[in-house]
Design a binder for this molecule. Structure first.
Ligand code: ADP
Ligand code: MG
Ligand code: ZN
Length: 475
């Protein structure tokens, strides 16, 4: 039997405000345990919360950037449950009127761009952190009360690839608008994955399971693939998929039941009496809208239209704010977007690979004007590809103007047709077998000759010219 895969995601992102959402404590990752705490975020009786306006602004901006409707009158509610990392025994959250609702984001997929609808985005507070040791469990409330934005999608994704593409898109948007660094390794972006299967083409959705708080894209991808197979296995044996919460164990590559629907908690939501309802004026809303930067989707469209970059390249460049800012600055000094884009995506990114694993927005330590100059030297035939790569190596270590280096490093491209022709002649004489190959119709022998010329000239020969000469001499 063939199945449709249905995935909906709930993504928690910690906002990069200076202070926590309902008190003045520092909002900062790490720090000695329980040093960023006060009566409010540790739930002392009688302590009263006050709303951090910046957290509201950031949530609204998340909604504006994802085409949501903004509810300019909203309030908070208490979600009641007991757990040691939640000192008040309730989390201040939103249920009935989230700040933002009914939006969408456009994600790249193998079959082109597609829309994933956003059901809602609401503001809540993070909990503390339990640290389990052999002596017992410890609790750190530094994270308690950190503003948390939860973005809930409709069940619009149909594969692990689409889910990851959505997450990359959302992360990119939130980083662009400056509301979060989304550092997954610090838990600043965490994802709950809801999955169900249904017979291909069926209208009604199947029973779903949920895996909570998975904190790397790799793990999310693995968890989704595993769960799809598990559900398939059940359905194929005629067994039902039980609606339950599962715990993904990435080390074991397996998930385990956490709790089923029967023991689902009743959170007894009710309106938070200690906070007044909040109203956002139209003036405020417009001001926040105005202050939004260009978003990755706009940048991408711009790159495709104004610079005629291929969609894939435009997507890669625009997804990272660091990369697109760098690219824009390069184009300012050397107006050849296509060449710059190619060199950034093929050469620069190769060098940045190790850093990109840690942080795909790692800063680029080369002045855009220097980088642009390098590409220009290559593009105008001053240096060959091998020379351009050598220059990039140097600039990557020590940022500097590459122009004087062409001379001092002896990188000038060999463009002299006569000299190149005599080198080619020699190689032809030394390799009669390859000549026979070539003349016998094996055009790949051409690459052999080009390679030999490059070897003889230490990569400095003008490759285009060499090609022409060889073709001419070999007929
Ligand atoms: P809850 O808040 O109790 O987890 P919601 O109904 O708000 O439940 O859904 C949470 C997430 O689960 C949403 O992202 C939604 O798109 C997704 N979802 C709901 N039903 C299904 C389903 N049958 N299959 C896959 N995902 C689903
Ligand atoms: Mg849920
Ligand atoms: Zn506090």
């Amino acid at each position: 039997m063939e199945y449709d895969i249905v995935i909906g995601l709930e993504t928690h992102v910690e906002l990069a405000t200076q202070t926590k959402v309902f008190c003045g404590c520092k909002n900062q990752f790490g720090g000695a345990p329980n040093t960023h705490c006060c009566e409010v975020c540790t739930g002392m009786p009688g302590a009263l919360p006050t709303i951090n306006e910046k957290a509201v602004e950031f949530t609204v901006k998340a909604g504006l950037a994802t085409h949501c409707t903004i509810h300019n009158e909203f309030y908070f509610e208490r979600k009641n449950y007991f757990y040691p990392d939640l000192a008040k025994a309730y989390q201040i959250s939103q249920l009935v009127v989230p700040i933002c609702a009914n939006g969408y984001v456009e994600i790249p997929t193998a079959n082109g761009t597609k829309k994933v609808r956003i059901h809602e985005i609401h503001l809540e507070e993070d909990s503390g952190k339990l640290i389990h040791t052999p002596m017992g469990s410890l609790i750190d409330y530094n994270r308690a009360g950190v503003p948390l934005v939860e973005t809930v999608t409709e069940p619009d994704m149909h594969s692990a690839e689409e889910a990851i593409s959505y997450l990359n898109t959302l992360k990119s948007i939130y980083k662009y608008i400056g509301i979060s660094e989304c550092k997954m390794e610090q838990g600043a972006l965490r994802c709950d994955v809801n999955i169900s299967l249904k017979p291909k083409g069926a209208k009604q959705l199947g029973n779903r399971t949920e895996m909570k708080n998975i904190n790397s894209f790799k793990a999310i991808e693995r968890a989704i693939c595993y769960e799809i197979e598990r559900q398939k296995g059940l359905l194929e044996q005629g067994k039902p998929v039980v609606q339950e919460t599962l715990r993904w164990d990435d080390a074991l590559g397996q998930n385990f039941p956490m709790r089923s629907k029967e023991d689902a908690q009743d959170y007894r939501y009710f309106r938070e009496p200690d906070l007044l309802p909040i109203k956002i004026t139209n003036k405020q809303l417009s001001a926040w809208k105005e202050s939004l930067p260009k978003l990755p989707a706009e940048k991408k469209a711009e790159y495709m239209q104004a610079y005629a970059l291929p969609e894939y390249d435009a997507g890669l460049l625009s997804q990272s704010k660091t990369l697109s800012t760098f690219f824009d600055a390069c184009v300012q000094t050397y107006n050849n977007p296509k060449a710059l884009s190619n060199f950034i995506l093929n050469e620069l990114n190769k060098k940045r690979n190790a850093e990109l694993v840690e942080d795909e927005d790692a800063p680029i330590a080369i002045t855009p004007a220097h980088f642009a100059k390098l590409v220009e030297l290559y593009q105008t035939g001053e240096i060959a590809q091998a020379g351009a790569r050598q220059l990039l190596d140097v600039l990557y270590e020590t940022d500097q103007d590459p122009t004087p280096l062409v001379e001092s490093m002896g990188l000038k491209q060999q463009n002299n047709a006569d000299e190149l022709e005599s080198i080619v002649q020699d190689i032809i004489h030394q390799n009669p077998n390859a000549v026979a190959d070539y003349q016998g119709g094996n055009k790949r022998a051409l690459a052999f000759f080009v390679g030999q010329v490059m070897k003889a000239t230490k990569g400095k020969a003008n490759a285009g010219l060499v090609n022409q000469i060889i073709t001419k001499l070999l007929g």
